[in-house]
Design a binder for this molecule. Structure first.
Ligand code: SF4
Length: 427
């Protein structure tokens, strides 16, 4: 949307005050995300009331999910744009600045092929970018509202993905982060078979990237050929994000995940066998309807045993319109929250032990940003850490800059994070 607006002559400003209009891009995935989205919408509407901005456009998943309701609840919103109406953002902007309010909503059906993401105006740091390889999801996980909002799985054609990657590389991206709702499903709808492995091979050949990071693997379709491709690709970092949600077979069945504990253990073992030094990031849900103490204990035991490098834990969020709301034996939120904290404690021990063992070693760190107010201190990440969700490394050194990859000697730990000193010329 930013790219389209820029091509159409609009310019992006850093602060909302004084802007002709503000676009609030929302998330509607779970209750916590919706609360955050509504807070941003109300903040912008308050600025509008004070006459500091002229218009407010709300788009994204919350807009899509609350189609009928949003303008009724918040009539001061000027325009609402659904997930697949984003191509029309310039028309919406023109209507707004031209004071033509004859139409205030744009909702379009999900396309068969994923929309293009070319000509982007990126607001992530210059040196890393997310590249979406498909849209939507064909899975039926009973807790999840995403397929409702983002439609069926739609693969972005391979040549289109490569074109976008080349554009990003030419724009200075060093770390490419491959995303989708379900990355391992890539190709199935368009080519009749999963095609992630050939896609990754081609992405690895795009000149300009140093690191390629893979996120959101569903624990299916991870065959040995895919793992070998990842292991052979010199730019793909040894990091895979694979949300597992639970490990108890009854829970997995109630979640409709179509995998079992034993198939998951087999997948993890093969991943580790093929890819040396692999960091697996995963996420779990606590307090799903019917989760017993024993099933939760099984999950804790599994996390302690597997020693995942990175784990995130979410409490179950009851989402209207999903099959899970009809399941019996809902648990109180406090129980879900206690279990989340317990599981995080189990994981904390694993991470702290691993961090201690890293002191004295040297690692490549990509520098994301300066520590505010400190000329020689930087915040960076190792190959084992994705932006925003994983750990960071605080790096000290002279003459460093954002986007550089620097050899860093780890000298201490700070809870989940590491502290180090640059020991070589950055590249
Ligand atoms: S695979 Fe992910 S996006 Fe798809 S339904 Fe399951 S949780 Fe939702």
């Amino acid at each position: 949307m930013l790219g389209l607006l820029q091509i159409d002559g609009y310019s992006l400003v850093q602060e909302p005050v004084g802007a002709d209009f503000v676009v609030v891009n929302t998330c509607g995935f779970i209750e916590a995300a919706r609360t955050e989205s509504f807070a941003a919408i109300h903040e912008m509407l308050e600025l509008k009331r004070q006459g500091k901005i002229r218009g407010v456009v709300v788009c994204g998943c919350l807009a899509e999910r609350q189609k009928e309701q949003l303008l009724l609840d918040c009539p001061e919103i000027d325009q609402v744009v659904g997930v697949f109406g984003r191509e029309e953002i310039t028309k919406v902007a023109d209507r707004l600045v031209g004071n033509l309010d004859e139409q205030r909503e744009v909702f379009r059906p999900a396309p068969v092929r994923a929309l293009e993401d070319r000509h982007r105006l990126r607001i992530t740091p210059k040196h890393f970018a997310y590249l979406k390889v498909s849209e939507g999801c064909d899975r039926l996980c009973t807790f999840c509202a995403i397929p409702k909002m983002r439609g069926k799985h739609a693969t972005k054609p391979m040549e289109e993905v490569i074109r976008e990657a080349e554009e990003l590389a030419a724009d200075g991206v060093r770390e490419l982060i491959v995303v989708a709702q379900d990355t391992t499903y890539y190709g199935l709808d368009l080519y009749g078979e999963p095609r992630l492995a050939p896609l990754l091979k081609q992405l690895n050949d795009v000149k300009g990237f140093d690191w390629i990071r893979l996120m959101y693997f569903y624990p299916m379709y991870i065959d040995d050929h895919l793992l070998q491709t990842i292991a052979d690709a010199d730019k793909i970092v040894p990091y895979i994000d694979m949300p597992l949600q639970h490990i108890n077979d009854t829970m997995l069945r109630r979640m409709s995940r179509r995998v079992t504990r034993s198939s998951t253990e087999d997948t993890i073992a093969r991943m580790r066998k093929f890819i040396p030094d692999l960091a697996i990031r995963t996420t779990f849900i606590t307090g799903f309807p019917g989760e017993t103490d024993e099933q939760f204990e099984e999950l804790c035991g599994f996390v302690a045993e597997q020693k995942f490098e990175r784990v995130g834990v979410f409490t179950y969020s009851r989402e209207e319109g999903t099959p899970a709301v009809k399941l019996p034996d809902a648990l109180p939120e406090e129980v879900a929250a206690e279990r989340r904290d317990r599981l995080m404690e189990v994981q904390q021990e694993v991470v702290f032990d691993r961090n201690d063992a890293l002191v004295g070693t040297t690692m490549d760190v990509i520098l994301d940003q300066q520590v505010p107010g400190q000329a020689t201190a930087w915040i960076g990440r190792t190959k084992h850490d994705a932006p925003d969700v994983d750990c960071v490394v605080f790096v000290s050194g002279e003459g460093l800059a954002a986007g550089q990859i620097v050899k860093t000697e780890i000298v201490a730990t700070h809870e989940y994070d590491l502290i180090g000193a640059a020991v070589d010329t950055p590249r």
